[in-house]
Design a protein around this ligand. Structure first.
Ligand code: ZN
Length: 215
């Protein structure tokens, strides 16, 4: 039987099955633009109206950019920036801005990521931590998973004594649809190692963040 499912859904299924890293290179030329034209028509617009003529290709380029985290090679990302040091006090990087897309509505959610870890003789260059955040943010995401992925990545690459990640974000899919009060934020956290097992360590981390989260 001939399949009548629109191309855009087939692409989506292909991404789900292939997993991370199999998007842009497998794209069919023009398929994205055609899908955007269909959306424009479905919402009652005329895709051939002058103001909309360039929209499909602009949206295409934008989505490639906003999802380029799939294309990032994590080894290259941190290459040369993991240092052996004697330092064993908590490292905290607060207020890392991020922008992501919720996978349920393809609308932005955005806010700040706060990262802390207790090194076991190995640290990551400070400038790389925002890059790690961006690698996971520039994908279709849910906030809980993004939070856990950042924490697990740092755990796997640095083998720290413990790591904690707290993400505070606003979701446009909530704000724009009036599901929740405007300006409501969602806070998620992921704590591993001593950040989970030691209340003292966790409280030290949270004390570092308190100023931000109470604003
Ligand atoms: Zn959503």
């Amino acid at each position: 039987m001939r399949r009548t499912i629109p191309t855009m859904y087939e692409d989506h299924d292909a991404i789900d099955q292939a997993g991370i890293g199999a998007t842009a290179h497998d794209a069919t030329p023009g398929a994205f633009e055609e899908a955007v034209r269909r959306i424009l028509a479905e919402v009652g617009e005329d895709p051939d109206r002058e103001g909309l003529l360039g929209t499909p290709s602009r949206v295409n380029r934008m989505y490639r950019e906003l999802t380029r985290g799939y294309q990032v090679d994590p080894d290259r990302l941190i290459n040369g920036a993991v240092f052996d040091v004697g330092y064993s006090e908590m490292v905290v990087v607060r207020g890392i801005e991020f922008y992501s897309l919720c996978e349920h509505h393809l609308l932005p959610f955005f806010g700040t990521v706060n990262v802390g870890y207790l090194p076991r003789g190995r640290v990551l260059g400070l400038s790389k931590i925002p890059r790690v955040v961006e690698m996971f943010a520039r994908r279709l995401q849910v906030q809980e998973r993004m939070t856990a992925q950042i924490a697990e990545f740092l755990r796997d690459r640095l083998d720290p004594v413990g790591v904690g990640v707290v993400v505070e974000a606003q979701h446009l899919c909530l704000a724009m649809r009036g599901v929740e009060k405007h300006g409501a934020t969602m806070v998620t956290s992921s704590v591993l190692g001593t950040f989970r097992s030691s209340r003292e360590t966790r409280e030290e981390f949270m004390a570092h963040l308190d100023r931000d989260l109470r604003r």
